[in-house]
Design a protein around this ligand. Structure first.
Ligand code: PEP
Length: 253
């Protein structure tokens, strides 16, 4: 059976001190969640990764929000895989979040380069896919998702894909309060699993964790996580305050 996995994506929020206080406030609930079979992770900014790594409970998973695909060199403002590997217990990296696709022109080809580099370093991607509002209204969702999955997951090993998390995040639902219905989310997550099966076989596809993301809140998280192909959530706004993240998590028990 697949595990349930919730990740909070802090984006460009929280200073180091705020991040530290958040973690201290959350630690007990994270352990509680693990006892209920639910894994919780957060993706702070690069600036706070080390302090969170030092103060978090072992049960809290730690992700970076991005990484550069090159080993090192003249890439001002970027962070390499080797730098992330020095952060104790950092296991995951968000790849291809729609804000990176939208504001920093990241394509699925670029995401694939990052994930190929991550495979060598044994870092697990949380690979985000999703359509824009216009694509949704033009009924192009599956075509877009198909391209993002096929291009993004090119030339990876089955073992690596098995460990990956895919986050289906319709762009029109991120930070807007307009979440996709549980039926739409389930349908697209099921579609994603089928596309992975075409590339890597059903056995691999059955193991991949697929999350829904987009205005997930304490009052709607359960309806997503009870869908057969939705194994977790990627949470933005509702992960920013420890109180609301705790409420969201505890509403799953
Ligand atoms: C996100 O940024 O990945 C996200 C899903 O944000 P929100 O929960 O605020 O819609």
């Amino acid at each position: 059976m697949r595990k349930k996995v919730i990740f909070g994506n802090w984006k460009m929020n929280h200073t180091r001190n705020e991040a530290l206080n958040f973690v201290l406030e959350m630690n007990e609930e994270i352990k509680n969640a693990k006892n209920h079979g639910i894994l919780i992770g957060i993706a702070p900014t690069y600036m706070s990764l080390d302090i969170v790594a030092k103060k978090k409970t072992k049960s809290l998973l730690l992700a970076a929000q991005n990484v550069n695909e090159h080993e090192s060199g003249a890439y001002t403002g970027e962070v390499s895989i080797a730098m992330l590997k020095e952060i104790k217990n950092l296991t995951h990296v968000i790849i291809g979040h729609s804000e990176r696709r939208q504001y920093y022109n990241e394509t699925s080809v670029k995401c694939n380069e990052k994930m190929m580099a991550m495979e060598k370093a044994n870092l697990i991607p949380i690979y985000c896919v999703g359509e824009t509002l216009q694509q949704f209204e033009n009924d192009e969702t599956k075509e877009i998702i198909k391209e993002q999955i096929h291009q993004g997951l090119l030339n990876l090993s089955s073992d690596f894909v098995t460990k990956m998390i895919i986050a289906y995040e319709p762009v029109w639902s991120i930070g807007t309060g307009k979440n996709a219905s549980k039926e739409i989310a389930q349908d697209v997550c099921h579609f994603i699993r089928n596309e992975i099966a075409k590339l890597y076989g059903q056995k691999v596809a059955n193991k991949v964790i697929i999350q829904y993301g987009g205005s997930v809140k304490p009052n709607n998280v359960k309806e997503y996580l009870t869908q057969p192909d939705i194994d977790g959530a990627l949470v933005g706004g509702a992960s920013l305050k420890a109180s609301s993240f705790i409420e969201l998590i505890s509403n799953l028990y």
